[in-house]
Design a binder for this molecule. Structure first.
Ligand code: SF4
Length: 384
């Protein structure tokens, strides 16, 4: 599976979690080895490969060189240092400039964290991961956090000792796209994993001492499995007790297979309001755990679904109930407000100046209860 033996330069993959916006991105593999999830169009048409360890170490060296050159110039802003930096960047080439841009952004954010890409980094050999982590920490001793994405399917099959060695080498957090803990939904969207594997993988990560961030996707079961998706997902998470539960509301972009399912009538999409109902059932069913719930994605409607369990559960429940108790017109005002970036807290729905602005938009664009779902759908597209 390891391809492209020649080093072709520094690489950056397409995504990282929102919480890793300030992290240096180090790509150990390209794309997704599964690539079949029907709701995900991110890697469609691409093939998976693992980058040779030596190439990743070269990427790290290149970032280090860039960081040193930039810092050297910034320390004095002297003309000769500027000349050195210009000469250095002139010889970097296109991919080297990616490393240079990465270094600039990383310096700006304090060089505290690294995110290892792409979709399932834990699929590489444990020995290689340990070497990469050790090297990162040797070259940049002040790094505070190294995190990555992984699939439950991969972690469930991993040797616990390997996971522990990786933890000891300094991997601090794994982000797992659980999406759902409901087998029917997992099968429907071809997630390639069952609830039990999610639980086994999650428990293994927690046991290894690596922080675990699990993603839950309201709406993924459509209308048909709305309640089951919420209850089964909460049940899986209750058995894992991850450090973080991150809410990632479903979107159905045209490039996904789920969109085809929707057009063919196989998948019955939920509206914003349905997804709030689902989220309410989900939060109510989280029990006996002390995870932190995060709502750090732009697609999430109710940003107040954030807090530490169990103490903030009631606060989250009240926010969701408050939205559901609004009249249809106020729900519409909030939905448009949130999707247009005018409102991002529920209490904004009572803010007179924001209301006037949104009502003008509603009137000008002929938005009404009959077309609000289509309107919010097209507004969401700007974020996906
Ligand atoms: S495992 Fe993740 S990246 Fe791969 S297809 Fe599924 S959602 Fe997309």
């Amino acid at each position: 599976m390891t391809k492209n033996i020649e080093y072709t330069g520094f690489e950056v993959g397409p995504i990282r979690p929102p919480s890793e916006a300030e992290s240096l991105l180090i790509r150990v593999s390209r794309n997704c080895p599964w690539n079949k999830c029907r709701f995900c169009g991110l890697y469609k048409g691409t093939s998976f490969s693992i980058r040779p360890k030596e190439h990743i170490l070269k990427d790290i060296d290149l970032v280090k060189q860039c960081v040193d050159m930039i810092k050297d110039y910034k320390s004095s802003m002297a003309d000769d240092k500027k000349k050195n930096l210009d000469e250095f960047t002139d010889n970097l080439g296109e991919s080297g400039m990616w490393a240079y841009q990465s270094a600039i952004m990383w310096i700006r954010s304090g060089m505290k964290s690294v995110f290892i890409q792409d979709a399932n980094s834990m699929v590489i050999k444990a020995d290689d991961m340990v070497d990469i982590l050790n090297y990162l920490r040797e070259v940049f001793p002040n790094i505070e956090r190294i995190t990555t994405y992984a699939r439950s399917h991969t972690i469930a099959r991993m040797d616990e000792n390997d996971l522990k060695r990786i933890a000891d080498a300094g991997l601090n957090r794994i982000h797992i796209g659980m999406e759902s803990g409901c087998d029917k939904v997992l099968q429907l969207v071809e997630k390639g994993v069952v609830k039990e594997q999610h639980i086994v993988a999650g428990q293994k990560v927690m046991k290894s001492g690596i922080d675990l961030s699990e993603y839950y996707m309201p709406g993924l079961g459509g209308l048909e499995y709305l309640e089951e998706n919420a209850i089964e997902s909460a049940d899986a998470l209750n058995q894992i007790n991850p450090d973080f539960i991150r809410i990632r509301t479903l979107a159905v972009p045209k490039k996904t297979l789920l969109h085809e399912d929707y057009e063919n009538g196989v998948f019955k999409r939920t509206t914003d309001v349905d997804m709030v109902r689902e989220l309410l059932i989900f939060i109510k069913n989280l029990d006996g755990i002390n995870s932190t719930v995060k709502s750090d994605h732009i697609l999430n409607l109710i940003t107040e679904v954030e807090g530490k369990l169990p103490e903030d559960k009631e606060k989250m429940v009240s926010a969701l109930e408050k939205f559901l108790s609004l009249g249809e017109e106020d729900q519409m005002i909030y939905r448009i407000g949130r999707r247009m970036g005018i409102m991002n807290k529920l209490f904004h729905v009572e803010n007179e100046s924001k209301r006037i602005r949104i009502k003008e938009i509603i009137e000008k664009n002929n938005i009404n209860l009959g077309n609000i779902d289509a309107v919010t759908d097209s507004l969401i597209k700007q974020f996906i």
